[in-house]
Design a protein around this ligand. Structure first.
Ligand SMILES: [Zn+2]
Ligand SMILES: [Zn+2]
Length: 332
């Protein structure tokens, strides 16, 4: 089943993927601009880590994390406007309006999820189910080490979920709509079918009950690194950063119209996981999407997984009745 579906994807001959960091264009402009667009990403990461490390308990809460996330994304929108990576990815009113719709759905789901996570009965239940005392050693590790371990562990789960989505048809139908985006910008992470958001949410929920401060720090890695997956900004990403972390360049290859190239860079934050499992491609692509860049409507995005499952059931039933035919013929 997966094979035929995959065969339907158009492998665009006119969709080049640039491979190798040495072939990727650099930021154009004066020394100040060069400096800003080289060090912006690490500076923001370190600033956010410092914040969560030293913030008093009264403000070290999930609601602060959400507020910072919104402010940070507003700042990134300004960067996209100042220094876009591709002019063809510039925001149009149509793109902005549909993005807003998906972002609103995303926040609604986050609020629902938050209701469960904040629930004391739920936390109590999870702690008992996990035999929490077995993890006591974990709490003795330095806070930053805890945070990195949580972040890597979570991303490891997300890596396999994402890779599974690209290799197993029932998961693929939930993820496919996200691959119909034809440009990257800061809100594109929210574009997709809600069922997919739920599946990824399962991964988040599973790890949410570590020492809260460490979880908030881990969330900072997620925010300050994986946010660049979908962004239209040209950076001179430092070598150590792109070796360790996922970048906008990596994720554009994942979204490229070239089928083989798109089967790469599955991790959300730690691209080093892809390096470890041989799925990393260092490069970038401008022409994105499926079927040669067909833009999927909101309506189709919402019904896609269900429509595809319906089609495949119909197809199977149809094949079964035609399979019966040849058996009937020789019996004659
Ligand atoms: Zn994908
Ligand atoms: Zn994406």
């Amino acid at each position: 089943m997966t094979g035929t579906r995959v065969g339907n994807r158009v492998i665009g001959a006119q969709a080049p993927v640039t491979v190798g960091w040495e072939n990727i264009p650099k930021v154009e402009g004066g020394p100040v601009k060069q400096f800003v667009f080289t060090w912006f990403q690490p500076a923001m990461l370190f600033a956010l880590i410092a914040f969560w490390y030293y913030a008093p308990n009264s403000i070290a809460k999930a609601s602060t994390a959400v507020a910072i996330g919104i402010g940070f994304k507003a700042l990134l929108l300004v960067l996209e406007w100042v220094n876009p990576r591709f002019d063809s990815w510039r925001l149009t009113w149509k793109e902005a309006a549909t993005d807003l719709f998906y972002v609103a759905i995303g926040y609604t789901m986050l609020r629902l999820l938050d209701g469960y996570i904040g629930d004391d009965v739920m936390i109590d239940y999870v702690q008992k189910a996990l035999h929490w005392d077995k993890f006591a050693w974990f709490m003795t590790l330095p806070l930053l080490v805890q945070a990195i371990l949580i972040s890597v562990l979570f991303d490891f789960g997300q890596y396999w979920m994402h890779r599974g989505m690209h290799n197993w048809y029932p998961l693929w139908v939930t993820h496919a709509p996200h691959h119909y985006i034809t440009q990257l910008n800061i809100n594109k992470g929210a574009v997709g079918n809600p069922v997919e958001l739920f599946l990824i949410g399962l991964g988040i929920g599973g790890f949410f009950d570590f020492l809260p401060r460490a979880a908030l720090l881990a969330g900072t890695f997620g925010l300050a690194v994986s946010v660049y997956q979908h962004i239209n900004v040209r950076f001179n990403t430092p070598r150590w950063w792109r070796f360790l972390f996922n970048t906008t360049e990596h994720h554009s290859v994942h979204h490229s119209q070239d089928f083989e190239a798109s089967r790469s860079n599955y991790s959300g934050t730690w691209i080093i996981i892809d390096r470890l499992f041989g799925t990393c491609v260092d490069g970038e692509a401008e022409l994105l999407g499926m079927e040669g860049g067909r833009r999927m409507s909101i309506r189709e995005t919402m019904v896609y997984p269900f429509a595809e499952v319906g089609k495949s059931i119909k197809h199977r039933l149809g094949r079964r009745s035609s399979d019966d035919q040849p058996i009937a013929v020789p019996a004659e």
